[in-house]
Design a binder for this molecule. Structure first.
Ligand code: AMP
Length: 365
């Protein structure tokens, strides 16, 4: 099958970077999103409308050879009618599972991928029971629609159970045992419809307040990488996955504990634009358009730093050798992801030095 136009539900920075990766391949993206000034709309055509508007979605399907998404909270049911007209990749099933932390953990557990001890919470009694059974500290999270640490409350002592319930109370929650991790890592891979899989090297990610601040890759740890790759393969094969999939893990006493998966290109893979032979964005397009997958070989030692809340000085950062600058064209707002930079160096030591230098100019607000 020959694909040339990719419909993308959501025109955020991920969609924008997909569109930019598509141009050299002769692939065009067309977006659906709420505002004509969305980051993706600045580089490709956009249909303006609500993401789940049935008429707009059908229009997107008519305009596209394949439909994908840059936002994993789009409802699978809203996409279902499009399937009569166009191929949807990744599969809707992956979307459904990744939208619900409980189903996600059930899938991981079924595939023998370790997860944090957890319990569903639908009442204050459930929460008290879960905290007692699993222990404190723990994290109370919404099962759905949580991202970048939103919809979470860390319970550090029993006296906070009431506060947590007041802040988050309702149905559809999950309580997870707090993981005393030494690191957070993520693995990203792309799978074709024919079942070929390519994997990127492991990335080590530093979050604060639940949001990714910076990461380094490759994070060289062959045994963790082998295990992460095995886990990702199992999930992709079970879901007959097509496209890029990410799994985030906690490293706890040398073990990998799966936190969550994202059925899309991922922030922890932005380094691949400048730091790999083929970026995650290009490989997502290649996978969903039935093109051969590209090499995931790293070009050096990289660091990626997110710009959150405000943009740093472009002049200062571009003065650092080996640094690439990415501005998503968004209005500044506290905590908002506005851009990132990637540093590519020949050595890990050079990368660490350049990262320390770059961090002096970046303020997360
Ligand atoms: P999430 O929205 O689940 O990706 O969580 C965002 C971030 O919050 C993670 O990357 C961790 O830094 C932290 N976090 C989430 N769940 C836990 C947990 N069970 N134990 C410790 N830290 C957590």
């Amino acid at each position: 099958m020959k694909f040339s136009t990719v419909g993308v539900v959501g025109a955020g920075q991920l969609g924008r970077m997909l569109a930019l990766a598509g141009y050299p391949l002769g692939l065009r993206c067309v977006f659906l999103d709420r505002g004509p000034d969305a980051p993706g709309a600045q580089v490709a055509r956009i249909l303006v409308g609500e993401l789940e508007d049935p008429a707009r979605l059908l229009e997107l399907a008519h305009a596209s050879d394949v439909v994908t998404f840059d936002w994993e909270n789009i409802s699978s049911a809203a996409l279902a009618p499009l399937e009569k007209l166009v191929t949807i990749r990744p599969p809707r099933k992956a979307l459904e599972i990744s939208q619900d932390r409980l189903r996600e953990k059930a899938l991981f557990a079924r595939l023998k991928i370790p997860v944090a001890a957890h319990a569903a919470v639908d009442s204050k009694q459930d929460l008290a029971r879960a905290a007692h059974a699993l222990g404190i500290p723990g994290v109370l999270k919404t099962r759905r629609l949580g991202y970048d640490g939103k919809g979470q409350f860390v319970i550090r002592e029993a006296s906070q159970i009431d506060d947590a319930w007041t802040a988050m109370g309702g149905t559809g929650l999950i309580y997870e045992k707090f993981q005393q991790f030494s690191r957070e890592v993520s693995i990203i891979g792309a799978r074709s419809a024919a079942g070929k899989i390519v994997y990127y090297p492991l990335s080590a990610n530093t979050h604060a307040g639940g949001i990714l601040h910076y990461g380094i890759a490759p994070f060289v740890h062959p045994s963790l990488e082998r295990r992460a790759t095995r886990h990702l393969k199992k999930v992709m094969e079970t879901l007959s996955y097509v496209g890029v999939l990410t799994i985030e893990f906690f490293v706890v006493k040398g073990r990998l504990i799966a936190n969550e998966m994202a059925p899309r290109v991922h922030n922890s893979g932005h380094w691949t634009i400048d730091g790999c032979v083929t970026s995650q964005f290009e490989n997502h397009l290649r996978a969903i358009c039935d093109l051969p997958l590209g090499s995931t070989r790293p070009l050096g030692h990289t660091a990626m730093v997110n710009f959150l809340g405000s943009m740093p000085s472009r002049e200062r950062l571009l003065g650092i050798e080996g640094l690439a600058f990415h501005d998503y064209g968004k209005e500044p707002r506290p905590g908002r992801k506005l851009g990132h930079c990637t540093i590519v160096c020949a050595t890990a030591r050079g990368r660490d030095r350049a990262l320390a230098e770059a961090l002096k100019f970046v303020e997360w607000t």
